[in-house]
Design a protein around this ligand. Structure first.
Ligand code: ATP
Ligand code: MG
Length: 253
């Protein structure tokens, strides 16, 4: 089992959309995949067409009590979902006072270590204990970035947290790469920003760029990521190409 966490403390940069599509793209390649919604907003759950209000248990219940992971099947064979809703927010204050509070997700995922080839973790847009648990449980980290909105300070904070997690609790954590989302090559300013990012971060940035496309919004509303809903669309093909690059990077280890 190889665990890939997608995070960025900035909100609305395409974390959830990327997890929903990438997890689907990996499952379509024949891997057994678990997508874990570790965000109390429940956006990943919604992306797969499940109403967070109908969710009876989240990963948080397993983290706190050791109960079996609440796993749901999706419409795609080989792709399962561990759903979430706002009750997951209660877990952070409860974990705070516990010894080993960063490692509860590691223990929860241990249950399914032989059931899946890949686990994808979708984090909330914060660097709180849920996200730290995700970073602790992950082998690799992917960071979506909108070049025009990227603040050097924001990226530095994230890299500092990654460094701290690596030094203190998960020395295996590897920054697999940064990918550009919401790309809009129609304006010179946007193209320049993206070129700057590639110059600053070099090979860390994946070659595939995810464009801004309304198909992603429609996909989220229709309860299936675009990779499942409209596989031949450009939006889906970009995510499949990115999935291929991610697969190459993590298998090159
Ligand atoms: N490439 C894209 N083009 C157009 N819209 C997109 C794209 N990617 C995501 N979106 C839309 O933008 C919104 C935010 O995306 P998403 O929920 O994936 O971001 P997020 O980083 O997970 O947000 P949060 O920080 O709140 O968890 C959603 O409505 C989604 O459908
Ligand atoms: Mg999200």
């Amino acid at each position: 089992m190889y665990t890939i966490c997608v995070t960025n403390q900035k909100g609305g940069v395409g974390k959830t959309t990327s997890v929903a599509n990438r997890a689907a793209a990996f499952a379509k390649r024949g891997f057994r995949v678990l997508a874990v919604d570790a965000d109390p907003q429940g956006s990943l759950t919604l992306c797969y067409g499940i109403d967070p209000m109908d969710v009876a248990a989240t990963i948080g219940d397993t983290m706190l009590t050791g109960a079996p992971l609440p796993i749901l099947q999706t419409s795609l064979a080989g792709l399962d979902l561990c759903p979430s809703n706002r009750t997951l927010a209660d877990i952070e204050p409860q974990l705070m006072s516990k010894v080993g509070r960063e490692r509860f997700l590691v223990r929860a995922l241990h249950q399914v270590r032989y059931s899946y080839n890949f686990v994808f973790l979708d984090t909330p847009p914060t660097l709180g204990l849920l996200t730290v648990n995700c970073l602790t449980a992950a082998n690799a980290l992917l960071v979506p970035v909108i070049p025009a909105l990227l603040s050097a300070a924001g990226l530095r904070d994230l890299l500092t947290t990654v460094g701290e997690v690596r030094d203190g609790i998960n020395e295996d954590l590897r920054l697999a790469g940064v990918f550009v989302t919401f790309s809009d090559t129609r304006t010179i300013a946007a193209r320049e920003k993206e070129a700057e990012l590639r110059e600053d971060l070099g090979n860390l940035v994946f070659t595939t760029t995810i464009s801004r496309r309304v198909a992603h919004e429609y996909g989220a509303q229709a309860g299936a990521p675009v990779v499942l809903q409209d596989p031949s669309s450009v939006a889906a093909q970009e995510y499949c190409a990115l999935a291929q690059e991610v697969l190459q990077r993590v298998s090159a280890k």
